[in-house]
Design a binder for this molecule. Structure first.
Ligand SMILES: O=P(O)(O)OC[C@@]1(O)O[C@H](CO)[C@@H](O)[C@@H]1O
Ligand SMILES: [Mn+2]
Length: 451
């Protein structure tokens, strides 16, 4: 266990495209316009569908949405000022207040714009503007522009999903006979399968399919050397210590919250991990946190969550369908609960959550362990700031800690803390793109209780 870092660190600047040639710069210059163009193409390709379903109104909506998104793409590419939202939604005011906050931070001499403002803010803003373009054009407001990519990732990963459900079934069949050590071994495998499931993210690939082709369990040992921080033993001891003898003599297990990332294969790895945690008695309840609208190309919405369970139930594979039926049962019984608080689709750094979303912070405080999946969550946990690699995770969290938490993340952005002295430099000399290639990963834990 790393001693908590008590030094007060100067908070470094936010990553931004101001640094020409940086990953933020290349993302905003190249990848975001590509994603916007694919969104425009997707809407255009569904024009007939909109006509069949909504007649002339559907055609008008398609045209209007495309013109709003083309205008957005032009503003992005020519570094125009970021504009307030006008769609009068539950979160519109919060987004516009955040814009004013950013304007105050930058001062009047510089407008809030794509290449001058924090990468985290403008990237999140783009996805909320895509949502605005649809919300301003009913009847296509609930069209999921990313649905095709998310379902394709699921269908292209069938062999890996079959292998994972078969492995899960094999463990569950003998669960009673497993020793504590064997339980720990299997826990590690499911935790790492969920970790590496994060490689299948469609935003980094700007929508290019990148499904899981190989067996997720067999490849784990070959991936171990690429795990730069491995706190899985701390995650395990947090789960074990949360087990308290209940009134009925049964140990009352923990509540584990999983802040989800991508749909498709990654979501299946999260559901399999959650099934193992409940079936092994390590957890009594799992709370899943998804997004309230389509986000970062492949992130999970309520529709994706329900669709994935239904698809797995209906699979023509014994152990997949058995798993899907069990998952449906967990949801029906309230053992698994799904939430989608608006905060997860806002631009805030997580150190702002207690102030800006106190209800969400309070609900996370009910967890014995909170798992944060993926790269964007890690960027928000650390504020997407240009920290030195040896700054502790605790310091970068800047007081965020509703519960013992663990980031399960493949590196796809150039922010990484909690490394050993010299570890970052060695990685840079061996593999210059180590922070953004998705080849490396972390299992990084922090608990205020261990202070
Ligand atoms: O959160 P995820 O799905 O693991 O990754 C999100 C992501 O693809 O989007 C951003 C780049 O556009 C980066 O944070 C990261 O590469
Ligand atoms: Mn994602």
């Amino acid at each position: 266990m790393m001693a908590a870092d008590q030094t007060v660190h100067e908070v470094p600047p936010s990553l931004s495209a101001k640094v020409v040639g940086s990953f933020a710069y290349l993302t905003i210059r190249d990848r975001l316009p590509t994603i916007l163009t694919k969104v425009i193409d997707t809407i255009h390709r569904n024009k007939n569908k909109f006509f069949e379903e909504y007649g002339e109104e559907g055609i008008h909506a398609e045209k209007q949405a495309i013109s709003l998104l083309s205008k957005l793409r032009n503003e992005l590419q020519t570094d125009k000022p970021v504009l307030p939202l006008t769609d009068d939604q539950q979160d519109t005011e919060s987004w516009n207040q955040y814009l004013q906050r950013q304007q105050r931070l930058q001062g009047d001499q510089e407008s809030v714009s794509w290449f001058k403002s924090p990468w985290l803010y403008v990237e999140c803003y783009m996805y909320r503007k895509i949502q605005e373009a649809l919300l301003l054009n009913p009847p296509i407001s609930d069209f999921d522009v990313f649905n095709e990519g998310k379902t394709q990732s699921y269908f292209e990963s069938q062999r890996a999903i079959m292998a994972l459900c078969t492995y899960l079934e094999g463990i569950k069949k003998n669960m009673e006979e497993l020793s504590k050590n064997q339980l720990f071994e299997h826990f590690n495998k499911f935790l790492q399968a969920s970790l590496w499931g994060n490689k299948c993210d469609l935003s980094i690939s700007a929508g290019q399919e990148n499904s899981q082709k190989t067996s997720p369990i067999e490849s784990l040992s070959s991936l171990q050397p690429f795990v730069l921080v491995d706190d899985s033993n701390l995650v395990w001891s947090t789960l074990i210590s949360a087990q308290r003898p209940g009134q009925t003599g049964m140990t009352s297990a923990s509540r584990v919250d999983i802040v989800l990332d991508n749909a498709g294969f990654e979501l299946v790895t999260d559901l399999v991990l959650a099934d193992f945690l409940v079936s092994s008695g390590l957890a009594r309840q799992i709370h899943f946190h998804g997004k309230s609208f389509p986000w970062f190309v492949s992130d999970v919405t309520a529709n994706d969550f329900q669709w994935t369970i239904r698809q797995t139930m209906a699979a023509n594979h014994k152990w997949m369908s058995k798993s899907g039926v069990q998952w449906q049962h967990f949801v029906k019984e309230g053992v698994w609960c799904y939430h989608d608080h608006p905060f997860w689709t806002q631009p805030h750094e997580f150190c702002d959550m207690a102030a800006d979303a106190p209800d969400l912070y309070a609900s996370l405080q009910g967890a014995d362990l909170a798992l944060f999946k993926g790269d964007l969550n890690y960027r928000k946990l650390t504020g997407d700031r240009d920290w030195d690699h040896t700054v502790s995770f605790n310091a970068a969290l800047r007081g965020f800690g509703p519960a013992p938490l663990c980031s399960l993340r493949t590196l796809k952005a150039n922010v990484q803390v909690g490394l050993q002295p010299g570890q970052g430099e060695k990685l840079t000399s061996n593999d210059p793109n180590w922070m953004t290639s998705g080849k490396y990963a972390i299992i990084q834990f922090y608990s205020q209780k261990s202070e």
